[in-house]
Design a protein around this ligand. Sequence first.
Ligand SMILES: Nc1ncnc2c1ncn2[C@@H]1O[C@H](COP(=O)(O)OP(=O)(O)OP(=O)(O)O)[C@@H](O)[C@H]1O
Ligand SMILES: [Mg+2]
Length: 301
Amino acid sequence: MTPEISVSVRNLSIRFGDFTAVDSISFSVEKGEIFGFLGANGAGKTTTIRALCGLLSPTAGEIRVAGASPDNPLELKARIGYMSQRFTLYPDLTVSENLAFAGALRKMTPEKTQTRSAELLEFTGFDFDINRLVRELPGGARQQVALAASVLHDPQVIFLDEPTAGVSAQARTQFWKLIRKLAERGKTVFVTTHYMDEAEECGRIALMSAGRIIALDTPSNLEASAFPGPFYEAIAPDGLDLAAETLRRGAGKAEASGLKWRVEISDEAAWEKLAADLRLEAHRVKPTLEDVFLKLAGGKR
Ligand SMILES: Nc1ncnc2c1ncn2[C@@H]1O[C@H](COP(=O)(O)OP(=O)(O)OP(=O)(O)O)[C@@H](O)[C@H]1O
Ligand SMILES: [Mg+2]
């Protein structure tokens, strides 16, 4: 069976004046997929999402989302949910008022809004009084309400723009359980994040840099293709510039990562000699998406 395509983008470009924010990108996302968008600040992630949601007109290119085109905004908007990067709820309204407002915007009846809200708050694990003001809730609980509000009308495709920015680690884990549950129910989830552990949870990832998609694949394929050879983590003595040393000896390429070094080996014998000479504490590891990102996007995060 050929997979059903939920989002398709061809040669999409978005310019603001003479600045190109999105530069001829193409990709497609299958129904039920969790598709991640990764890239440094200003890479063009939010701009792409805004175009996919019909909120800004592309300079060039073709877009289809859940079978609808941005030329037909009503149809498009009925089929998508959007949780924007900035806070999407009214902090001075209660949880139930926020949901009632979201339902009204979607032209849902108050009864339908109420049943869906109750279902969704349960689905998200929301555990507070719905008559509390949103501003009194912890970040994680607000994001649960924001998610409920964005899927109130049961959209097929859900755009989540940094949904877990600034929430606790525990709330992030909880939120990703919800994302997986939505995908298991056949919803297509398009998500951006700056957290590499979250990116590992995506089915596929598009790595964006300066308006272009520089790599697109599953996390493990990205890791394997960016680093086909051996990869090590090493602790070097204080003050030793391992990057310069590995380069000088032709052993590979080292990048500092906190107090440790991540080393892509190009010559194993040279590396082993270097590690012995300098008494490095080194062991072979699997590269992570963080390593891929550093290599492909030049460290800009
Ligand atoms: N309306 C606009 N007018 C002019 N420039 C804009 C506009 N919207 C976005 N930009 C610029 O386009 C570029 C891409 O911005 P965008 O918000 O899409 O980045 P992003 O990848 O979402 O970054 P972040 O990780 O910080 O959210 C940035 O340089 C931004 O300043
Ligand atoms: Mg953004």
